[in-house]
Design a protein around this ligand. Structure first.
Ligand code: ADP
Ligand code: MG
Length: 237
């Protein structure tokens, strides 16, 4: 199938997809550098449904970020497959992945979700402009749902750590993604800021969003519906 027909077919299939919003089947990821081979993921499977919040836990180096990158189609597994909203996002060209990611997936990282020279509102608008045909009228709703509307006109350097994290959440939610993938989103936050951010993630799931949070924070485990625990790339949950 050519790229053009691949893009057309995803436009016709993705709205009608039923069942899990994310399916990962038997993921393997090997990294090789000289004589050193790392098995970052060893046979990980996951199904994620609307309204669920899944925590991915495990020690540093256990494969959490690698798993999230494969779910987002930022990285490709060495083996296994990933589907998002009924569309395969693994082992397809970037021209197919990018619109899937933009339409269905919100990404939240510990830092780096914000462009420093844009206000919070303009960061949200920039993210939204990546998806054609999205209604621009509800910037305020997105800012509200991330509890950062009062700082809409501020620039990233003017925000506290907790506010920057919530502004990053607003950017991640800008296109109302069905799936939110958060990698150590509370890693740099104090206890109260962490509690507020996790409450927002919980609310997002309660309103029908699907959320995956990679973290070694016990607070994340406590708010999760399910925990996927990784050790050396294996599912030991
Ligand atoms: P975590 O997020 O749980 O800390 P990662 O997914 O970042 O773990 O890493 C899992 C393993 O894969 C680690 O051993 C890490 O060193 C290795 N790894 C991750 N990315 C790469 C890469 N691009 N090249 C080589 N090794 C990598
Ligand atoms: Mg990581």
């Amino acid at each position: 199938m050519g790229v053009r027909s691949a893009v057309q077919s995803l436009e016709t299939t993705d709205e009608s997809a039923a069942g899990p919003i994310v399916t990962a089947r038997n993921l393997y990821r090997f990294f090789r550098a000289d004589d050193e081979e790392t098995l970052a993921l060893q046979g990980i499977s996951l199904e994620l449904r609307a309204g669920e919040l899944v925590a991915v836990t495990g020690p540093s180096g256990s494969g959490k970020s690698t798993l999230l990158a494969c779910l987002a189609g930022i990285d490709d597994p060495s083996g296994g497959m990933v589907w998002v909203a009924g569309n395969r996002i693994s082992h397809v060209p970037e021209v197919v992945r990018a619109p899937l990611r933009a339409r269905h997936i919100g990404l939240l990282f510990q830092s780096g979700n914000l462009f420093p020279h844009l206000s919070v509102t303009d960061n949200v608008r920039l993210s939204r402009s990546l998806v054609r045909g999205r209604d621009r009228a509800d910037d305020r709703d997105v800012l509200e749902s991330a509890d950062i509307r009062h700082r809409a006109a501020s620039y990233p350097h003017q925000l506290s750590g907790g506010e920057a994290a919530r502004a990053g959440l607003a950017v991640a939610l800008a296109n109302h993604p069905e799936v939110l993938l958060a990698d150590e989103p509370t890693g740099e936050l104090d206890g109260e800021s962490e509690r507020r951010l996790l409450e927002l993630l919980r609310q997002h799931a309660a309103s029908g969003g699907a959320v995956v949070v990679a973290s070694h924070s016990p607070a994340v485990r406590r708010i999760a519906d399910r925990v996927l625990r990784l050790e050396d790339g294996r599912d030991v949950s």
